[in-house]
Write a new protein. Structure first.
Lengths: 196, 385
C-alpha cells in the first residue's frame, strides 16, 4: 500500500521566481504546464477578477460566483496542456465561467421545482463596491438569467453576438434581441440613478 | 454614464477575499495534480499490484494468484461530470447530512430536505431515519415528519440494529447509549467510549461493537451488559464494520486494518503508510465486496472481493476523496469527493463505467458545505443497501 501511495505521488518541479517585467500570457501558460506555481499564480491573479465578476453578474450570489469561478479555473488548469497557446486565455476561461454559471442557474431552478426553499442565509453579503455597481446589479436582476448571460458575455467578456450565439446554442436573432432588452433595462436603471 | 461603461466598472463583493480563497484551492489542487490520460508506468502498475496484495492481506482467507484491476486516475475530479446530480444510476435513496441539514436523494435525482439535522442514519429498511443535532436525538420518516425525539447531551452517530430496527445505539458525549426504535427505554451501555459510530453485529441480537479511547475494540451483549470479547488495536480506531453475516469484524485505524473473527481472534492485520490512512470502508450488500478509501497525500479507492483475495483493484485516485456507499443492488459504488465537489459513481460489476456529478455542495449542502455521505438505502420497505 505504501508502494501504491508512492506510485501516486507526482513530482512537481520546483517553482522559479518570475521576472519583474510583465510576462506574456503564452509564457505563463507554458510555465504553468511545466510545473511552475509562480507562473500559475500570475496567470490566476491576472484573470481572477474578471472571471469572478462575470460569474457574479450572472448568478447574483457571491458564494456561488466564487465557486463557479473557482471551478472554472480548476477545469481550465486541468485542460491547460491541451490549450492552444496561440489563442488568448481570458476569453477561453470566460466561456467556461459563463457556461458553468448558466449550468448553476439551471440546476438551482430545477431543484426549486421539487424541493423546499432550503435553509436561511445567516447574513447578507457585502454589496458590490464599484460606482454604479448596485444599479448594474439591480438592472441585471430584472432580467432572466439567459438575458443576463448574453449581456455579460457581450459587454464584459467582449464576445461578438455570433460567438455568443454559438456558445449558448442560440439563434443570432435571439442573442441580438436579448442584448437590446438587457441594455435598455440597464440604461433605464442608470438614468434613474443619475437623476436621484 | 452609459450601460457599457457601468458594466466595465462593475466590482463584485469581496473580490480580494474571494481571490485569495480561490487561489488557495487552485494552488493546492495544482500541487496535488496527477497527470491524466497517460499510460500508467510500469512502476505505477507495480504499485497498484502491491496495494492489491496488501489490502488482500487484511482480508485474505486463502492464498490465490494476484491480478490487477483496471486503473482509473483523476486529478481534479472526474472530467465530463454532469453539472449537477440529475439522477442516481441505481434504485434506492442516498442519505447525506452536514451543516446544511439532512437530505435524501431519490433515484430520479429529486432531493428532499428532512430538516436541520447534522447527523443521520437509515433504518434497516429505509422506513425511518435516526437523526441528531446538538443535544437532540430523533427519528423522522423519509418525508421529514418527526416520530419521536430525545434530549441528550452532545448526541452523535445513531445506528439502528439490523435487520429489525428495534434498537438504536448512539453516542452522547463520551457515553454509549441505547434506545428502543420507538424512542422508549433509553439507557446507558458504556460510560467512556471513543467518538466512533458503534456497530451492531448482524444476525446476533443484540451484540454491539464499539471503540474505546485507547484504541481498544469491545463487543458487548447490549441486553446483559456482558463483554463478549475485547481486543487492542494499538492506535485510535476510526471505524468499525461487520460483515453482513456477522462473522467478521473489521477495525480501521490510522495505521491499518485489523480483521477479527466473530469470536475476537485476529485473522489478519496490515499496516498502511501514515501518508495514506484508510478514511472509509464500505461493504457491499453481498457481504463479500469491500471498498476501502485511502486518504492523505495519495488518496484512492480500492475494491476487494473477499472470496477472491488478492484481487484488489484501484478504481479511483485523486486528492481529497471522502466516504463511500454501495447501491442497494450492489452494482454501483458511490464515492464522495469533497475536494472536487463531486459524487463519483463506479460500476463495480461487468463493464467498467464511471459517472460523476458536480456541485454537490450547492445541491445538498444547504449553502456551500459539502455534505457527509451517510448511506444509500433501499426504497421504503425494501432491503437495506
Amino acid at each position: 500500500m505504501q508502494d501504491a501511495a508512492q506510485g501516486l505521488v507526482t513530482a512537481v518541479p520546483r517553482a522559479r521566481p518570475g521576472p519583474t517585467r510583465r510576462r506574456s500570457e503564452r509564457s505563463l501558460i507554458r510555465g504553468a504546464v511545466a510545473g511552475s506555481e509562480v507562473d500559475l499564480e500570475l496567470l490566476f491573479r491576472r484573470h481572477w477578477p474578471r472571471a469572478y465578476r462575470v460569474a457574479f453578474l450572472i448568478v447574483h450570489d457571491h458564494a456561488a460566483a466564487e465557486d463557479v469561478a473557482q471551478e472554472a479555473f480548476l477545469a481550465a488548469i486541468r485542460r491547460l496542456d491541451r490549450f492552444d497557446r496561440r489563442r488568448p486565455f481570458g476569453p477561453w476561461l470566460g466561456a467556461i465561467v459563463a457556461n458553468r454559471a448558466i449550468d448553476w442557474l439551471r440546476s438551482t431552478r430545477a431543484r426549486r421545482e421539487v424541493d423546499d426553499p432550503g435553509p436561511e442565509r445567516a447574513g447578507r453579503p457585502d454589496p458590490p463596491s464599484g460606482r454604479y455597481s448596485e444599479e448594474v446589479l439591480e438592472a441585471l436582476g430584472s432580467l432572466s438569467p439567459e438575458h443576463r448571460a448574453v449581456v455579460v458575455m457581450r459587454f464584459v467578456l467582449e464576445y461578438t453576438p455570433g460567438e455568443i450565439a454559438r456558445l449558448l446554442e442560440l439563434p443570432r436573432g435571439t442573442v441580438n434581441s436579448r442584448l437590446r432588452r438587457g441594455l435598455d433595462a440597464l440604461q433605464t436603471r442608470l438614468w434613474e440613478a443619475e437623476r436621484r | 454614464m452609459n450601460a457599457k461603461q457601468a458594466l466595465a466598472g462593475f466590482r463584485a463583493p469581496d473580490e480580494h477575499g474571494a481571490e485569495d480563497r480561490a487561489w488557495e484551492v487552485v494552488r493546492s489542487a495544482y500541487q496535488e495534480r496527477i497527470p491524466v490520460e497517460r499510460r500508467p508506468s510500469y512502476r505505477r502498475r507495480a504499485g497498484v499490484f502491491a496495494a492489491g496484495l496488501v489490502l488482500a492481506g487484511a482480508v485474505a482467507l486463502s492464498p490465490a494468484g494476484a491480478t490487477v484491476g483496471r486503473l482509473i486516475t483523476r486529478a481534479l475530479g472526474v472530467q465530463h461530470a454532469t453539472p449537477a446530480l440529475f439522477s442516481l444510476p441505481a434504485p434506492g435513496r442516498v442519505l447525506v447530512a452536514g451543516p446544511g441539514g439532512t437530505w435524501t436523494v431519490a433515484a430520479n435525482g429529486s432531493a428532499r430536505r428532512l430538516g436541520p439535522w447534522t447527523q443521520a442514519s437509515w433504518s434497516p429498511r429505509g422506513l425511518y431515519v435516526a437523526v441528531a443535532r446538538g443535544d437532540e436525538l430523533a427519528a423522522v420518516d423519509p418525508h421529514g415528519n418527526l416520530q419521536w425525539t430525545l434530549a441528550r447531551r452532545d448526541v452523535r452517530d445513531p445506528r439502528w440494529y439490523p435487520p429489525t430496527g428495534y434498537r438504536v445505539a448512539y453516542l452522547s458525549g463520551t457515553e454509549l447509549r441505547e434506545v428502543a426504535g420507538d424512542g422508549t427505554g433509553d439507557h446507558l451501555l458504556a460510560p467512556r467510549v471513543a467518538p466512533i459510530a458503534p456497530a451492531w453485529r448482524p444476525a446476533h441480537p443484540y451484540q454491539l461493537a464499539y471503540a474505546t479511547p485507547g484504541g481498544g475494540v469491545v463487543v458487548r451483549d447490549a441486553d446483559t451488559g456482558q463483554t463478549l470479547w475485547s481486543a487492542h488495536v494499538g492506535a485510535p480506531i476510526s471505524g468499525l464494520l461487520w460483515s453482513s453475516d456477522g462473522q467478521r469484524l473489521l477495525a480501521v485505524s490510522g495505521t491499518g486494518l485489523t480483521a477479527y473473527s466473530g469470536a475476537g481472534a485476529v485473522t489478519s492485520r496490515v499496516a498502511v503508510a501514515r501518508a495514506t490512512p484508510p478514511v472509509a470502508v464500505a461493504l457491499a450488500p453481498d457481504g463479500r465486496t469491500l471498498a476501502v478509501v485511502l486518504g492523505g497525500s495519495a488518496s484512492q479507492v480500492l475494491i476487494e472481493n473477499l472470496d477472491h483475495p488478492r484481487t484488489a483493484r484501484r478504481v479511483l485516485a485523486g486528492a481529497g476523496l471522502g466516504r463511500a456507499a454501495w447501491s442497494p443492488d450492489g452494482k454501483w459504488l458511490l464515492v464522495s469527493w469533497p475536494a472536487a465537489n463531486q459524487w463519483v459513481f463506479i460500476h463495480a460489476r461487468g463493464a467498467a463505467r464511471i459517472m460523476a456529478a458536480s456541485r454537490i455542495a450547492q445541491q445538498l449542502g444547504g449553502g456551500h458545505r459539502f455534505p457527509r455521505l451517510e448511506g444509500w438505502c433501499c426504497d421504503p420497505g425494501g432491503s437495506p443497501g
